[in-house]
Ligand binder design. Sequence first.
Ligand SMILES: Cc1cc2nc3c(=O)[nH]c(=O)nc-3n(C[C@H](O)[C@H](O)[C@H](O)COP(=O)(O)OP(=O)(O)OC[C@H]3O[C@@H](n4cnc5c(N)ncnc54)[C@H](O)[C@@H]3O)c2cc1C
Length: 418
Amino acid sequence: MRDRVDVAVIGAGAAGLAGAISAGRRGATVAVLERLPSIGKKLLATGGGRCNLLNDNLSAADYTSTDPGLVASVLDRYGRDEIRAFFEGLGLRLQTDDAGRVYPATNQAASVLKVLELEAGRLGIGLETRFEVEKLGAGGGRFEVRAADGRQVDARAVILAGGGRSYPALGSDGSGYGLAASFGHRIVTPVPSAVPVAVKVRMGHYLQGQRMRVRAESRIGGRTVQRAEGEVLFTPYGLSGTAILDVSESVSIALNRDGRQDVSIVIDLLPFMTEEEVAAEFSRRLAAGWAPQDLTSGLLPEKFCLFMPQVFRELGFAPGKEKAADTAGLLGAALKAREYRVEGTRGWNEAEFTSGGVDAREVKPGTLESKLRPGLYLAGEVLDVQGGRGGFNLAWAWASGFVAGLESQPGRPVYIPG
Ligand SMILES: Cc1cc2nc3c(=O)[nH]c(=O)nc-3n(C[C@H](O)[C@H](O)[C@H](O)COP(=O)(O)OP(=O)(O)OC[C@H]3O[C@@H](n4cnc5c(N)ncnc54)[C@H](O)[C@@H]3O)c2cc1C
């Protein structure tokens, strides 16, 4: 292991590897310091093992951050085309689905990691595993990066790419925040995001394992904050599925950061029909004498048959006694906007990413250098920048890593891959 380098990179995830490669291409000597026994462990788990590495509709509008301008400043320098060109230049064939999600043509996250490793090898980048950075000292214009076991690396610049707190078994245990805070950086309270939620579903035991296409929205204090279309999955504890994960950020911030209780998720169980269409259909069925337990047959999965008498009771109906049109309207509304009060989110082991992190206003737009400590660069999920699901978080990791790497070794010619 080299103990004196130009650039030390903390974390061998997506952002750290991109940063190391871009610094290496500028001629820097680079050491990547990774606490786990192997590199890119989270990368291998992304996209269900397929690695959704980018979204072709990439834009700064798809991110939330304490400094949205920071995201734009990075994506302007290193956006969709540059990310595509980077991977294609490494020999990785890409494929894109209808939603703009970009994957390796091999459908294997391992291919992504392999081309990054090959490039790091060509550039002579040192990859140090089992190097758990515990302390980051600075003095005399240089940094001293110290591991828990006493090993030490001296560097002119440091890229802090330790990730957030989600899925700690994949490496990111939140220690990057402590390292940034040791230089005075403010940490926006990290909360789990893209995470399932705990709700009480009446008759939920019948619905367990049921998946269906829905529209979902998060409501905080009665106000709609996020909307998504996708899948809901009824689970023993509550709700999961893509639509729930996509609205979970606002839910998690409200519950886990702001301590609010007035948090709910509203689900449209019949997104393929308007409220009027649903009411007309129920009206017809009621007029024809359909029993409550049969009313949703052909519209909702059959498990809901068991659930309908309960909905009737909730709405205070006595079947047969109400006017069909009124009943149909209320039933339709109950299924088009079913509100579940959220009791909590699941934890870090089930969160795809972290919302919060190092305050993005404390790094310089366009360069990602810390405003508090020259020579320190921050990249990836450690910063308070979060994208939607669909390739946006990895896109941020590549883009910010690449920019931090370039800036950490300024003034040298950019390497052209051969
Ligand atoms: C299951 C799962 C699936 C996902 N799928 C997708 C997807 O398909 N598309 C997408 O865009 N996003 C996806 N994400 C989110 C995406 O993986 C992350 O946003 C992205 O990997 C963040 O990259 P990073 O380099 O900033 O952090 P990480 O990938 O978390 O890397 C940080 C690295 O730093 C190391 N480290 C941390 N602290 C220290 C320390 N003190 N010393 C040394 N090393 C340290 C960690 O071990 C880790 O290897 C997924 C996330 C999960 C959990």
